[in-house]
Design a protein around this ligand. Structure first.
Ligand code: NAD
Length: 498
């Protein structure tokens, strides 16, 4: 009989959990050369989970040298893609076998509801590894048209040593969007998880070894921004794949320019508009979706629909429905499968979000929430919060908060809605709800965003769609076959026959 995975099950599993906090270098769990560690605190209750290695210059230099040597040796890069595929498929399966443990690590470390880590984050990471494994032995090159006396080949080769620096909101999934295609393409990878959520990456990388990825091909160096900066400035890292804030993304481009012009790929912030037209075909669904767009994952989402643009004629009705739907996101213990809203990742982020809420109270009308909650737990919880904003200039409406805070902005015409939507430094995602085909297509064209949803929000969980941003939301794309472009160099080879 299968076991019921209730609150008691997860608490029991958490009590017996062995947590690894050392770096994974050349196939071995290793303390930082300096011996330095940092505290890994659970946002569920503010208690210490473990100490984690804080990798510094010696670790970065050593690991880059190992990764380079493994790349040059061909133990991974020169395998027939079919062999890499087989190993990565085994790895995906191992992630699935250990899914409960990895989901639990993610929930304890980042405060995400266990109902989400078991259904989205961990299966999503396994699927990413599987998808790129399955793709890699189908991706060939081209024979280019050329003079009769020549043969011209256009091929893609792995780029070499890839550093991946990732955030904490979907720790293992964001990492998998980098290491999946980078490893499938034959590179060596050094992953720097966020200091706020380093644990799942260490376990998943250990499973890569178990699956057969040779030691030193996939390494994990925990640490803060200083560790990421060392990788970004390193002369022997060929590519830096980053997901995180626009602020840090700008620094990384400079680090590339100051060092070896390594390729820098950036998946950055967002302040995504969700437009409700008066002919929205299903107001109830749109309200449910608008609540999910900002309150799912505690609003810690780069694609969060944090600006709700509502037509004046439907505003009152829509806000009423939205507030009713927000009730589904009641903060609770993330280990309880009934919980749909967990803890904010740490006290720094908690204070940042609360400070925005205080600012919002001075510049907008508070419609819902606005406070911390469950303080008796010692954890970091914030109520779903909604502001009615008179002008999009208000800081809560203009800046990325990365928390459960929604700004409602009123408009009168489609042109005004599009102008408001595009009046942002970001361009990650956007949505519009309308029954009119022409409005839908025109808006989709005019919205300056990497992803546009029509009559839905956050759909498209499979790997087929490239994901990334216009403007200061970044460059390059994760997911889909296009992601392989980031981790390969194009080569033209011309052979003279006579
Ligand atoms: P962050 O930029 O503070 O940190 C991201 C990573 O960079 C962490 O691993 C951090 O340790 C490291 N880092 C920090 N300073 C660094 C430096 N100077 N040099 C090198 N590395 C450094 O972002 P965060 O708070 O972890 O994540 C939230 C941000 O990520 C939000 O802006 C969000 O929109 C963005 N995000 C974007 C996407 C996307 O796909 N576009 C997805 C998820 C999150």
């Amino acid at each position: 009989m299968s076991q019921t995975k209730d609150f008691a099950y997860w608490r029991h599993l958490a009590e017996g959990l062995q947590i690894e906090g050392r770096a994974l270098i050349d196939g071995e769990f290793t303390a930082a050369a300096s011996g330095k560690t940092f505290d890994c605190i659970s946002p569920i209750d503010g208690k210490l989970l473990t100490q984690v290695a804080w990798c510094g210059e010696a670790d970065v230099d050593h690991t880059v040298a190992i990764a380079r040597q493994r790349f040059e040796s061909g133990v991974w890069s020169d395998l027939n893609p079919r062999q890499r595929k087989e190993i990565m498929l085994r790895w995906a399966e191992l992630i699935r076998v250990h899914a409960d443990e990895i989901a639990l690590l993610e929930t304890l470390d980042a405060g995400k509801p266990i109902g989400d880590t078991t259904t989205v984050d961990v299966p999503g990471a396994a699927y990413t590894v599987q998808w790129y494994a399955e793709a890699i032995d189908k991706a060939g090159g081209e024979v280019a048209p050329v003079d009769y006396h020549l043969v011209g080949l256009v091929t893609r080769q792995p780029i070499g040593v890839v550093a991946a620096v990732v955030p904490w909101n979907f720790p293992i999934l964001m990492a998998a969007w980098k290491f999946g295609p980078a490893l499938a393409a034959g590179n060596s990878v050094i992953l720097k998880p966020s200091e706020k959520s380093p644990l799942s990456a260490l376990r998943v990388a250990q499973l890569a070894l178990e699956a057969g990825i040779p030691p030193g091909v996939f390494n994990v160096l925990p640490g803060f921004g200083d560790t990421g900066k060392l990788l970004a400035l390193h002369m022997d890292v060929d590519c830096l794949a980053f997901t995180g804030s626009t602020f840090v993304g700008k620094q990384l481009m400079q680090h590339s320019g100051q060092s070896n012009l390594k390729r820098v790929w950036l998946e950055l912030g967002g302040k995504s508009p969700n437009i409700i037209m008066p002919d929205c075909p299903d107001m109830a669904r749109a309200a449910r979706s608008a609540a999910g767009a900002i309150f799912y994952n505690m609003g810690e989402m780069c694609t969060a629909g944090s600006r709700l643009l509502v037509h004046r004629s439907v505003k009152d009705e829509f806000i009423k429905a939205l507030i009713a739907e927000a009730a589904a996101y009641k903060p609770g213990n993330p280990l309880d499968p009934a919980t749909s809203m967990g803890a904010i990742v740490d006290h720094i982020q908690l204070e940042r979000v609360m400070s925005y809420i205080e600012t919002g109270k001075g510049e907008a009308t508070l419609l819902l929430g606005g406070g911390r909650t469950l303080t008796e737990t010692g954890g970091y919880y914030i109520e779903p919060t909604i502001f009615d904003v008179a002008s999009q200039e208000a800081r809560v409406a203009a800046e990325e908060i990365f928390g459960p805070v929604l700004s409602v902005i009123t408009f009168d015409t489609l042109d005004e809605a599009i102008a408001l939507a595009n009046a942002s430094e970001y361009g990650l995602a956007a949505a519009i709800w309308t029954a009119d085909l022409t409005t839908a297509h025109e808006a989709a064209r005019r919205l300056r965003a990497g992803t546009v949803w029509v009559n839905c929000y956050d759909e498209g969980g499979d790997m087929n769609f490239p994901f990334g941003g216009f403007k200061q939301s970044g460059n390059g794309r994760d997911k889909s076959l296009h992601a392989l472009d980031k981790y390969t160099e194009l080569k033209s080879t011309l052979i003279r026959l006579r």
